[in-house]
Design a protein. Structure first.
Length: 209
């Protein structure tokens, strides 16, 4: 079964508390989401493999660690996932970025893919799927399924806030995908919003309703 990591770092929790405040405006919300994403990916990538390489410093030659293994791919789920990309790219500027877009069929209520553009070598990369909110888990699970259908297998899911229902669904449908969140909230309400949550992340990010 996949692991679920909830970050309790004081900086992350402080910034997340400001984001939850309904009076926080779009500009500050965007900046905070970028900052938290950068702090989170620092820990998400903690177990990436390294290898010893020779480096010549101004003093002498030495062996030191550099990243080894698979390169990184970042896959935001449109549209709110876009707000997490820049913070991660600040730390991993060589990562390639794909995008996946979903909508919910009004009759079946099932997620439908309307856009998916992945790096050409996505199947050879460690992929980090981004979405600020993990509510029912339907969209995230579907996005991971669509990515797997394109031959990818090394996938991690990063969310700002999750509900237990979303965690349970993703773990049930994708037990090989580790989940990283800044907060695990109480529940979903009757409208499918996370409680206490922070509202609609996409609307708050882009100033829409």
């Amino acid at each position: 079964m996949s692991k679920v990591v909830v970050f309790d770092h004081p900086l992350i929790q402080h910034k997340l508390s400001i984001m939850r405040d309904k009076n926080t405006g779009c500009k500050e919300f965007r900046e905070l989401l970028e900052e938290i994403s950068m702090l989170m990916v620092y820990e998400v990538t903690r177990d990436l493999p390294v290898e010893k390489v020779d480096v010549e410093t101004p003093i002498c030659r030495t062996k030191t660690n550099m990243l080894a293994g698979k390169p990184i791919g970042i896959i935001p789920i449109l549209r709110a996932g876009l707000g997490m990309v820049d913070g991660i790219m600040n730390l991993i500027p060589n990562a390639k970025v794909g995008h996946i877009g979903l909508y919910r069929d009004p009759e079946t209520l099932n997620p439908v893919e309307y856009y998916c553009k992945l790096p050409e070598d996505a199947e050879h990369r460690e992929l980090i799927v981004l979405d600020p909110m993990l509510a029912t888990g339907g969209s995230a699970s579907a996005a991971i399924t669509f990515i797997k259908q394109r031959g990818c297998s090394n996938i991690r899911l990063v969310n700002l806030i999750a509900a237990p229902e979303g965690i349970e669904r993703v773990r049930a449908e994708h037990p090989d995908v580790d989940i990283y969140v800044a907060a695990l909230d109480e529940k979903l309400n009757e409208h499918g919003y996370i409680v206490p949550g922070l509202g609609d992340a996409g609307d708050r990010l882009f100033g829409t309703k």
